[in-house]
Design a binder for this molecule. Structure first.
Ligand code: ZN
Length: 277
């Protein structure tokens, strides 16, 4: 192998290197990749842990919450001992324990309109595990302006969703939608309950977060069919997946033919974010 792996790396990534679709070159791509994870909660936990295990070389994680006891039913990057600690520090410790190869960059900060663009621009791809509409729309808009692919996940009660957006110029899927093509704008506050109001089956975070991590790895490796152009919906009670085709909406205020959103100034820096999954 001409690649510059240590013996330990060859052992650690042996099951990836065996896959023709990954191989040594794919593993090298992952080691050189930089991914930003928004939220270190229910979805962020499995996403972060699988990306670290997979050897994604640089993982940024932003969250301004502390670990609470009520998080531990689903936020598996944190332990009982980390209650009261900033989530990004607790998560960074878990990731380093899984894979010391990975450079983890924790941001103990709120993801907001002031830092969104600069942060995303430092990474190859962003994945959103936040659990509130203001953040979800902000990540969508910022990823579009920064021209970075976005893999997004959402959960509530027994239902989950995963989608990929990369219809920015040069993103490779210009006919695909953005999040706003599907959900035009955030619902009025209080209309859709949050997980802290309506509950969530903890393990659903693992199912949806693992799907998100899978799509992130596929995008980084450039393998398989992209999820861009589809909304994957999972109903855990019925044990059913539905893949709904979605296209770019020419009337979309962000990515449409006559966009009205041209920067992040429509986002309220003081938006009430509610629970983070
Ligand atoms: Zn759009």
């Amino acid at each position: 192998m001409s690649l510059d792996f240590s013996d330990e790396q060859i052992q650690r990534y042996a099951r990836h290197i065996l896959l023709p679709q990954v191989g040594g070159h794919g593993q090298e791509k992952l080691l050189n990749a930089k991914v930003l994870v928004v939220g270190a909660g229910g979805l962020g936990s499995p996403v972060l842990m699988y990306l670290a295990a997979a050897g994604v070389g640089t993982i940024g994680v932003i969250d301004d919450d502390q670990v609470e006891l009520s998080n531990l039913q689903r936020q598996i990057a944190h332990t009982t001992q980390s209650v009261g600690e900033p989530k990004v520090e607790s998560a960074a410790r878990t990731l380093k324990a899984i894979n010391p190869d990975v450079n983890v960059i924790p941001y103990n900060d709120r993801f907001g309109p002031a830092n969104a663009l600069d942060l995303i621009a430092q990474y190859d791809l962003v994945t959103d595990g936040s659990d509130n509409f203001p953040t979800r729309f902000l990540v969508n808009d910022a990823a579009y302006f920064a021209r970075r692919p976005l893999v997004t996940g959402a959960i509530l009660r027994f239902d989950g969703q995963v989608a990929t957006f990369k219809n920015f110029p040069g993103g490779g899927h210009e006919d695909g939608p953005c999040y706003r093509c599907i959900f035009r704008e955030p619902p009025p506050p209080g209309q859709i309950p949050s997980c802290s109001e309506a509950g969530v089956l903890g393990v659903l975070c693992g199912t949806v977060g693992s799907l998100q991590a899978t799509e992130v790895l596929k995008e980084l490796l450039g393998i398989g069919d992209t999820l861009s152009g589809a909304l994957l919906v999972y109903d855990a009670l019925a044990t059913q997946f539905r893949r709904i085709k979605v296209r770019r909406d020419p009337g979309c205020p962000l990515c449409g033919d006559a966009p009205t959103i041209k920067d992040l100034s429509i986002h309220d820096p003081n938006a009430e974010l509610g629970c983070r999954g």
